[in-house]
Ligand binder design. Structure first.
Ligand code: SF4
Length: 412
């Protein structure tokens, strides 16, 4: 053995799944939502900060083995689960070959009986969606597909380093509808470098022409540690100005409202009755389990996260451990503050009395002051029944409002 070898740093040990607090044991019956993460993509988009990996096709089988082990271990801890919603995201779940997709669906059915299920969503990139995959998903009870379109302009797709062509979105939606899946979302991004109000308008025309039931429209975020943010720092990207981004947000609102969509959350628009029930569970701070690498769950004020490394995730499960890397019991005040900020994202808003009267609110007077301040300045408004919600002007500065509401309730 060479004497000058330098030991490799070892990863910190992960807690055993038995470390999960007793409060969670046997609580599976109250799980409302289940998220499953499939991390594989054809390529890595420049702006993406999700845990996703380009290539790695040789790891699909190992990952599905590990996922099934997690399903078995977690249902041992929680007891039987029967969520109201399941959401398979990623990554690109429909990149899995049909046989693997079929295997995933069978495992979900084995460990997650669909007795209470009302919504089963799968995320897809349009260039990975075909009739074979659509038939497998429809047979398994999938009733909603979320397609990552982002833009219909080749130059904008290129700026984001997306690898699909604009026509693939319409093709994929046609295939989904032919298979009987008729609740379809299109994701769009605005404030893409080089985008103008005119090109965004054309993107909205193209998306609306496909008659989706739901649209998610997000302003481009420059997340830390992405290639796009690195290029921005090097001065190689000319970002859209704040003023133009605001005009784009207003254009999205105008166009989608006049097309019959309701903004039920800051960035999410739906035809009547088509709001995403799974994401509503999140925004209402509901209890959810999460399976897969980098996924995080929440139940009864306990939050946990699984490791963001494909190999560490699989290694841990192969040796019979759940690969948890974070486990946190939220204080009543923190739980309440997080719930308030999440619910304020919704058009229905929050009932301030529920937050003022519950034990744990750090400072009910300060909370009332914050609500009153933003109400007087027209950024919050009262809904019939007493709920408080963002106005259109409030949506544009929502991060500031959320920060103040959080500080008033949490007070840590
Ligand atoms: S397809 Fe989605 S998950 Fe995959 S790299 Fe692009 S943005 Fe990330």
């Amino acid at each position: 053995m060479p004497t000058n070898s330098i030991p490799l740093p070892t990863a910190p040990p992960m807690p055993d799944y038995k470390a999960m607090p007793k409060i969670l044991c046997g609580r599976g019956g109250s799980v409302q939502a289940l998220y499953i993460h499939i991390p594989f993509c054809t390529c890595k988009c420049d702006y993406c900060d999700f845990y996703s990996l380009a290539g790695h096709a040789d790891q699909y089988g190992r990952y599905l083995d590990a996922l099934e082990r997690q399903m078995r271990l977690e249902t041992e801890v929680f007891g039987p689960i029967a969520p109201e919603t399941v959401f398979i995201g990623g990554g690109t779940p429909t990149l899995l070959p049909p046989d693997d997709l079929q295997r995933l669906m069978a495992a979900i059915h084995q460990f997650c009986p669909q007795t209470r299920l009302t919504e089963f969503t799968v995320e897809s990139n349009p260039n990975t969606f075909d009739t074979a995959r659509a038939a497998i998903l429809a047979d398994a009870g999938v009733n909603r597909i979320s397609f990552g379109a982002q833009s219909f302009q080749p130059a904008e797709l290129n700026a984001l380093q997306r690898d699909h062509d604009p026509h693939s979105v319409g093709r994929a939606m046609q295939i989904a509808r032919a298979a009987g899946i008729n609740n379809l979302n299109i994701d769009l991004i605005y404030a893409i470098p080089g985008q103008t109000l005119g090109s965004l308008d054309e993107n909205l025309d193209a998306a609306l022409a496909l008659a989706p039931e739901h649209l998610s429209c997000y302003g481009l975020m420059y997340e830390p540690n992405t290639p796009m943010t690195a290029r921005l720092r090097r001065g190689q990207i000319d970002p859209v100005s704040e003023e133009l981004e605001l005009q784009m947000m207003e254009l999205v609102s105008r166009r989608l409202r006049s097309a019959g969509f309701d903004r039920y959350e800051i960035s999410n628009w739906a035809k009547p009755g088509r709001a995403c029930r799974h994401n509503l569970h999140y925004w209402n701070a509901g209890d959810h389990l999460a399976w897969g690498v980098s996924a995080s769950g929440h139940h009864s004020g306990v939050r946990w996260k699984y490791v963001s490394s494909l190999h560490r995730y699989c290694d841990a499960l192969e040796s019979g451990r759940l690969p948890m890397v974070e486990l946190e019991q939220l204080s009543p005040a923190r739980r309440q503050a997080e719930a308030a900020v999440l619910q304020l994202r919704l058009a229905g808003g929050i009932d301030p009395r529920a937050f003022q009267e519950q034990p744990g609110a750090a400072n009910a007077d300060k909370f009332s002051e914050v609500i009153q301040k933003y109400r007087l300045s027209g950024l919050l408004t009262s809904r019939p029944g007493g709920a408080i919600a963002l106005t259109d002007a409030g949506v544009a500065v929502s991060d500031t409002i959320f920060g103040d509401v959080f500080a008033a309730l949490d007070g840590d």
